[in-house]
Design a protein around this ligand. Structure first.
Ligand SMILES: Cc1cc2nc3c(=O)[nH]c(=O)nc-3n(C[C@H](O)[C@H](O)[C@H](O)COP(=O)(O)OP(=O)(O)OC[C@H]3O[C@@H](n4cnc5c(N)ncnc54)[C@H](O)[C@@H]3O)c2cc1C
Length: 387
């Protein structure tokens, strides 16, 4: 058993770390200042410029196939890179990416959606959740009915990330007798849907409510097969489940480092607070949980690279990683005392931002449902692939 990184993994990780340290971390102070005034941390043009700089550094299309100019990196390497990005509160991500299900595009759709999305010229969003259906995705009601050669969409989608900025949406709509008979549609904003931002406690995620009021979509904009939308939606959601804990590991590492530095330098009652057991235990607990989350996440990414079923390890990593980062950020804030609560440091922003990781792309409860069902029905063995 080898828990080490290959030379290549280490080289890619170190180069990403150098980029984040040199180009992204210096933006943090300005990002915090903007947040205090309610402005977005990074504008779309700034994000694109930074992504172009990362491209010159060699980072473009982590998950994108080489035929589309991407790096097609193994999941373990992608996980390591997401961890590097998680170290900074600046909402930066490498460019050259498209939603995994967009590769189902037809030739015409490839030219109109996939390629411009990879190039960063167009921004898409993924719209599954509705006001009446989140965890229970099979309860969606937004309906698409056929009308001549078109489909007409009517209903609402909510909490859609990038929904207020996106040029188009991948919309999962009911096209059969039950919600499981759904179809994915590529729907340009110009076709008539509207959006309204939803104010949330985290500044990273400003999702939106999308309204489809008889929006007419040509049949050529069906993504994949008619009736195949639910499967596509599940594929989209499961992909993110190792990305979220990977980022969480980076955020927790940065917080723990800050906590250690502060504990060693902040003096109360004549001694650094790091000499007090109460503080030492918080640091120890954070280290243990961080390491547990790291290995659960890498084990999940490894399963993806082996082509093995990853639903179960992904649910385990997502559940634990999202909870872990919330606890580590909370302890870090506690160790910083009053300073931790101020907006001069990124800790309070992280405190608000990481909370959503326990909700999106499957809540804690849904992950627990998946994990326990897998075990109770014998789909998974205790001990996983080592059993
Ligand atoms: C910032 C943000 C961004 C998002 N981005 C997107 C996006 O881009 N695209 C998209 O489609 N969606 C997106 N979502 C939606 C997100 O996936 C849903 O919010 C999530 O799946 C939970 O659904 P819900 O909010 O309807 O909660 P509900 O499903 O109503 O659940 C409410 C509570 O009940 C619990 N619960 C539900 N069912 C059960 C059960 N059977 N047993 C035990 N407990 C249960 C849940 O865990 C939760 O605690 C986003 C949400 C947020 C907050």
């Amino acid at each position: 058993m080898d828990f080490g990184l290959t030379d290549e993994q280490r080289a890619v990780r170190d180069t990403a770390r150098a980029f984040v340290t040199r180009e992204v971390v210096p933006l943090e102070a300005e990002m915090l200042r903007r947040e205090r005034s309610g402005a977005p941390g990074l504008r779309r043009d700034e994000l694109r410029e930074l992504q172009a700089r990362a491209r010159a550094f060699g980072f473009w299309g982590m998950s994108t196939p080489e035929e589309y100019g991407g790096m097609a990196l193994p999941a373990v390497t992608q996980s390591l890179l997401w961890t590097e990005l998680g170290r900074t509160p600046v909402p930066f991500r490498f460019g050259g990416e498209a939603d995994n299900i967009l590769y189902e595009a037809s030739d015409a759709q490839r030219a109109a959606y996939l390629l411009p999305t990879i190039e960063g010229e167009r921004l898409g969003c993924f719209a599954l959740t509705e006001p009446e259906a989140g965890s229970d995705a099979a309860g969606i009601r937004l309906r698409a009915r056929r009308d001549g050669g078109d489909w007409v969409l009517r209903g609402e989608k909510t909490f859609i990330t990038f929904g207020d900025e996106a040029d188009y949406a991948i919309v999962i709509a009911v096209t059969g007798s039950s919600a499981r008979e759904a179809t994915a549609f590529l729907v340009d904003r110009a076709m008539g849907w509207t959006s309204r931002p939803i104010d949330t406690m985290g500044s990273w995620h400003t999702p939106a409510l999308l309204t489809f009021d008889d929006v007419r979509v040509p049949a050529s904009n069906v993504l994949g097969d008619v009736g195949g939308g639910f499967d596509l939606a599940m594929r989209w959601i499961v992909r993110g489940r190792y990305v979220i804990p990977s980022q969480a590991v980076g955020t927790a590492e940065r917080c723990l480092r800050m906590a250690i530095e502060h504990a060693n330098t902040r003096v109360t009652f004549g001694r650094p607070i790091g000499e007090r057991q109460a503080i030492q235990w918080m640091i120890a607990d954070s280290e243990v949980e961080l390491e547990a989350a790291r290995w659960l996440t890498l084990r999940c990414a490894w399963a993806v690279d082996q082509g093995a079923p990853a639903r179960h390890p992904a649910a385990v990593a997502k559940l634990y990683g999202a909870g872990m980062v919330n606890r580590v950020v909370d302890r870090t804030l506690q160790i910083f005392g009053g300073m931790g609560y101020t907006r001069d440091l990124p800790i309070e922003g992280w405190y608000r931002a990481v909370r959503v990781l326990r909700v999106l792309e499957g809540t804690d409860e849904i992950q627990r449902m998946i994990i326990s069902r897998d075990l109770l029905r014998g789909y998974e063995k205790i001990g996983g692939h080592l059993a």
